[in-house]
Unconditional design. Structure first.
Length: 448
């Protein structure tokens, strides 16, 4: 910590500095004191994990002054840590561009928790930084390129094309081998070896490939490589029973949700105070920045395009919702028919005995529950089938399995469509509010 903090506070580089809950000059000792208090209160060791985290934030030459850059870095750090962690911001002026070094403690100031880095944190942090910059009317990088996983690259490599990962190389080699139409699975493995991949046969028939230049094997399975890359799928593709699997595209980071803006004048008329007005203005500014970021990311430069995109998102959501309801109804009916069929098969001998006993009251009293189940099962089957022939149980099981898989896939699409629709509707509502297109119904919708 002392070495890194000394670099950030180097007076030859430093143009501005600010801090929160600490003094930059004694930050290493203060950070360690917080960690000692955390260990004393919780009994958890602090030696494991990161001591602190660093954020670097840069600006184009001439766009901001050192004081403005430091203010933006402070705001970014405060919103990233939510005011729960000590941090300080060093703005450097030794390069052609101003840039911030933000250092924050990995242990919360109130000793209640530790900060754990999470998957996709770089995307979330970049989006937050972009939003703060948009709020301050500054430029942001469109479609930034990332460094490869696990290692940092120098700038010349970083701006070039990213090298493919081991999984991407295995997928591409599998597709190329299948395009050569191997006679069987053994011929497919030989083609993979000719392409430079080592083949590993594990327990239970598990197959793995080692790409040239890689250290770890990549398992041949759908959970690792995507749909269509299971060994059974590969065998089916070789036999011509299914198409060659498609190469999946990397999905972008999920967009942050945009909320509706507040009608400040209406709220003030309801008796809200000046403090609420100040908060609402900042809140609306953040929502407009989020809306602008959404428009930039989706390439929506015209209002009609935004309206059409929003309408399409709403239509897609309702279409998927209807399809999901139909699938759930069909699945429920199939499950109900299967249950009635099982009950019917179990109680049919009891009913036959009842008939053989010439509908004896004594037999009825002894088997009243089974006979009631029989009648209910027969009535349900007649209602569901409507005079049609009863399918075999294997066919019903297959149909239920297919409907369950379809429901699972539809739920994933439904949730994504719902999030896309909510965000599109919120963005359009905010743009309408800014342009003065919002009517009384829109205000009521915002209140709801």
């Amino acid at each position: 910590m002392e070495e890194r903090f000394a670099y950030g506070l180097n007076p030859k580089k430093l143009g501005a500095v600010s801090a929160y809950l600490c003094d930059p000059a004694s930050a290493p000792a203060e950070f360690l004191l917080t960690k000692s208090q955390y260990q004393a209160e919780t009994g958890r060791a602090v030696e494991r994990g990161a001591l602190f985290f660093q954020i670097r934030q840069a600006f184009p030459p001439g766009e901001v002054t050192p004081e403005e850059a430091n203010k933006i870095g402070y705001e970014t750090a405060m919103r990233w840590t939510k005011g729960k962690y000590q941090f300080f911001v060093c703005t450097h002026i030794d390069k052609g561009h101003l840039h911030n070094h933000i250092y924050f403690n990995s242990t919360a100031f109130d000793c209640s928790r530790k900060f754990h880095n999470f998957i996709g944190s770089s995307f979330a942090l970049r989006r937050l930084s972009d939003r703060v910059c948009i709020e301050h009317d500054l430029s942001v990088i469109q479609n930034p390129k990332q460094h490869s996983k696990g290692r940092f690259l120098h700038y010349g490599q970083w701006i070039g094309e990213k090298p493919p990962s081991a999984q991407q190389r295995v997928r591409l080699a599998v597709v190329e081998a299948l395009e050569k139409k191997p006679a069987d699975f053994a011929a497919f493995l030989r083609l993979m070896e000719e392409a430079g991949f080592a083949v590993k046969h594990g327990r239970g028939g598990v197959l793995s490939f080692l790409a040239p230049g890689q250290d770890k094997y990549t398992r041949l399975r759908a959970s690792t490589l995507g749909d269509g890359f299971d060994p059974e799928d590969i065998r089916a593709a070789i036999a011509g029973e299914r198409p060659i699997p498609e190469l999946p595209e990397d999905s972008p980071a999920p967009a942050r949700r945009v909320n509706l803006m507040i009608d400040i004048q209406q709220r003030m008329a309801q008796g809200k105070g000046p403090a609420y007005e100040r908060w609402a203005k900042v809140y609306n500014l953040k929502q407009m920045a989020a809306a602008l970021q959404y428009l930039q990311e989706h390439g929506l430069t015209d209002y009609d395009e935004l309206a059409a995109s929003t309408e399409a998102a709403v239509d897609r959501f309702h279409t998927l919702a209807g399809e999901l309801r139909d699938t759930e109804a069909a699945l429920s009916q199939t499950s109900r028919l299967m249950g009635a069929t099982v009950d019917y098969a179990k109680t049919r001998p009891i009913f036959n005995g009842y008939k053989a006993a010439r509908y004896s009251k004594k037999y009825l009293a002894e088997h009243e529950a089974e006979l009631a189940t029989y009648r209910a099962a027969k009535a349900a089957m007649n209602e569901i089938l409507g005079g049609a022939k009863l399918p075999k149980m294997d066919a019903l099981k297959k149909e239920r399995r297919e409907l369950s898989e379809k429901k699972k896939a539809l739920y994933a699409e439904y949730r994504k469509a719902q999030a896309d629709m909510r965000q599109a509707v919120a963005v359009k509502a905010n743009i309408d509010y800014l342009l003065g297109h919002t009517d009384g119904r829109g205000n009521k919708a915002q209140e709801r």
